[in-house]
Design a protein around this ligand. Sequence first.
Ligand code: UGA
Length: 435
Amino acid sequence: MLKISVIGTGYLGATHAACMAELGLDVVGIDTDEKKIAALSVGELPFYEPDLPELLQKHIKGGKLKFTTDFNEIADCDVHFICVGTPQMKDGLAADLSYVKSAFAAVAKVAKPGSLLVGKSTVPVGTAQALAATLPTNLELAWNPEFLREGFAVEDTLRPNRLVIGVTSDRAEELLKEVYAQNLKENTPWVRADLPTAELVKVAANSFLATKISFINAMAEVCEAAGGDVTVLAKAIGYDPRIGNRFLQAGIGFGGGCLPKDIRAFMARAEELGASPALEFLREIDSINLRARQRVIDLVRTELSGSNNMDLKSFKIAVLGAAFKPDSDDVRDSPALDIAAQIHAAGADVVVHDPKAIEPAKKRFPNLKFAETIEDCVRGADLILHLTEWKVYRELDPNSLKPLVKQTKILDGRNALDRDKWRQAGWQFHALGRS
Ligand code: UGA
């Protein structure tokens, strides 16, 4: 039976560790953050991810999974997965590789001869080859990018839609086939690549997804100008199987810890490689995305004051949603929270609600007001902004909210609410990209 380690226990690492235990491997998760390791050791997650706490607890109790801060405890592992973060640099577009470099160095110090170090973090192309050159000759490196989505992290890891491995030998591929034996039994597509291609697959996939979202948001802008309806347009083009209907939800755009920083790091890397014209379009993808946030702010102004320039001082605005997407408490680069903060800065009395992300949102924006319940959030509001499409918001009864608000106005920033239901209940309903 293979024994593996997982270095870095954020979203990616904690999920990978628990899921690899579920697939039958013996797993040691390791992190330098003692508080995080203490919590994980008793099955507690420092973030919200459906189904993950149960999986952690199951395998900690069953003895297949443990967590430590001591690198000596991973010395006997056959395979080491490096899952640390690669955030955007504070002073530019590029990715900060310092965590990846120190993780590889720390593992290399203790790893037994013949073991395989596998990078899962999203890195600029060329990183793997550069790291391989720093390793002792008795250790080998592979790259195995991750495609999990927050909110579906467990499902995506246990049943991935493909496994991509960048390797430089058959032996490394065989070891990884042993790790993923259960997935292979279930016929998960297996793509063997060289190291640079494996790294590129990840950023290319995220760039494509970002492009799809910005494409539909560009169409939303045109629909607004021309009197069309982007939701109908998206449905109609999505029936073409070459286009497909997923990731065509127009609204306030993409955020989170991955898509925005990955397209920026990709552009930065292309420039270093002398290939910047190839990715020039990503600059436009980024600006369409950020423009969606500004369009909401402009709409709020026209909705409330009848003009684009007036300040919002006398208005109360209820913001439903703080997380960058539903089923997550992640507020990194959250379009919802960014809009809330900008409207607050324009003078409005803003109150934010989110089913899971209030605490992380408070940490990021301590000056914003937060409400524990939807009712408290909307009480006395001149306008409700629906910015993260949690199920509880989609299921709201517009009639029951009516007596609580000052004005029955709602703006759906995610095109996820039932417009007819709200209008029939007497609300002024607006949405991005729908005339
Ligand atoms: C994304 C990718 O989808 C994963 O495949 C990848 O593994 C991950 O990044 C990563 O690099 O680790 P994630 O950031 O969890 O996953 O979120 P997505 O589901 O991709 O959503 C990203 C953003 O796009 C959210 O803010 C969401 O609200 C927005 N979005 C998504 C839209 O505005 N419209 C859509 O149609 C779909």
